[in-house]
Write a protein that binds this ligand. Structure first.
Ligand SMILES: C=CC1=C(C)c2cc3[nH]c(cc4nc(cc5[nH]c(cc1n2)c(C)c5CCC(=O)O)C(CCC(=O)O)=C4C)c(C)c3C=C
Ligand SMILES: [Fe+2]
Ligand SMILES: [Fe+2]
Length: 337
């Protein structure tokens, strides 16, 4: 029992969830992280009799060393960018909720893979006397490969609890006006500082086409976000494009692929691009290395002249306000927030 537990039960607690990141950029920690992540059938749904030998025999013997080098290129003194930003988000959401509600609301972090685990986040909330939990996966667009595993992991953890908390689960927020406005204001701030490029690329994380054909609404939600953002910014059709990044494996993923698009744009006369990653709530390997560094190299090598990366919403004020709003909307079913 936590001796710091207050005498009154908190109105509710919050679990902020993201995908996770390795503990360090060493090949062995990257391997441990990839093994857990890529063993989740929600992420790679191939028949385990086929997938396990490929994963254990090939991928986990080759990919960790390669990916560890990429992680080393973005790692800071404080740690993995995804972890550092997630911790700041946790602190800021907690203090904003306290300010708005006039009482301390426990907010904990849980990662789907790696540390801190979802189970440890839930346990910390329990130790603080929380009896009602709002789970907020930090993915604006729902995908069976990201949001559903959060639900699975929470349900699996509760199997071991005698008394489970009342739980509200925020499935998605891809068209929430506050999300669209937070994205739009980050683009406007970038334009004010650097000027506006020929085209704004909205690069979303990809998923296999098959997942969408089998019912994952992810692609439609990305399209809805992109259209709403373009409208909020007053962009004409030729001034923005949606694309999908971070393909993995041999299957067909959602198109257009960001890397191929970047290579093709200069010959079509597009010499300058602004690029953002609206599916990521925090900058991470996929945005800082693949898009900010790698994307720039391929665009400039293909004849592009100016390539500017717009950071994710991270811990900026409109984003923290959005996250607090999503939480209080869920919690208002219990308390008048
Ligand atoms: C294997 C298939 C993968 C699917 C499907 C997938 C979906 C998906 N992922 C994110 C967000 C993140 N992905 C991150 C890392 C990462 N993703 C995959 C593979 C799939 N992702 C791998 C193998 C990795 C590890 C790095 C690598 O080996 O390339 C991360 C964390 C990055 C970090 O900084 O640690 C995030 C965040 C979304 C939003 C998404 C589907 C919508
Ligand atoms: Fe991913
Ligand atoms: Fe990647």
């Amino acid at each position: 029992m936590n001796t710091m537990m207050s005498e009154t039960t908190p109105a509710f607690g919050v679990l902020l969830v993201n995908l996770g990141t390795p503990d360090s950029p060493s090949a062995s920690d990257v391997k441990r992280f990839l093994k857990q992540f890529l063993s989740d059938p929600r992420v790679v749904d191939l028949n385990p009799l086929i997938w396990k030998p490929i994963l254990n025999g090939i991928i986990l013997n080759t990919r960790p060393a390669k990916v560890a080098k990429l992680y080393q290129s973005i790692w800071s003194d404080e740690g993995s960018p995804l972890m550092v930003i997630s911790q700041r988000q946790r602190e800021k959401v907690a203090s904003l909720l306290q300010e708005q509600l006039g009482q301390a609301i426990p907010v904990e972090l849980g990662m789907s893979y790696g540390n801190p685990s979802l189970a440890s986040g839930l346990d910390k909330l329990k130790q603080q006397g929380v009896e009602r939990v709002v789970v907020l996966p930090l993915y604006p667009q729902y995908s069976c490969s990201t949001v559903a595993p959060v639900f699975d992991a929470i349900a699996a953890e509760f199997k071991d609890w005698r008394d489970i908390p009342e739980t509200r689960f925020n499935k998605e927020y891809y068209q929430d006006p506050a999300y669209i406005e937070a994205l739009a204001s980050s683009v406007r701030a970038h334009w004010n500082e650097h000027g506006q490029a020929d085209v704004l690329l909205m690069s979303f994380h990809g998923v296999p086409v098959r997942y969408v054909n089998e019912g994952d609404p992810y692609q439609a939600q990305c399209q809805a976000t992109a259209l709403l953002l373009a409208q909020a910014l007053g962009l004409k059709d030729e001034q923005w494009k949606l694309c999908f990044q971070s393909q993995f494996g041999k299957e067909e993923w959602l198109t257009p692929y960001t890397d191929k698009l970047l290579e093709s744009l200069p010959e079509k006369g597009v010499k300058s691009v602004d690029i953002m990653c609206p599916a990521f709530a925090a900058d991470c390997l996929e945005t800082l290395e693949e898009i900010s560094i790698g994307g720039k190299e391929s665009f400039i090598e293909s004849g592009g002249e100016s390539y500017r990366f717009i950071p994710c919403l991270n811990d900026n004020e409109p984003h923290i306000e959005l996250l607090a709003k999503l939480v209080t909307e869920q919690a208002s079913k219990w308390v008048s927030a």
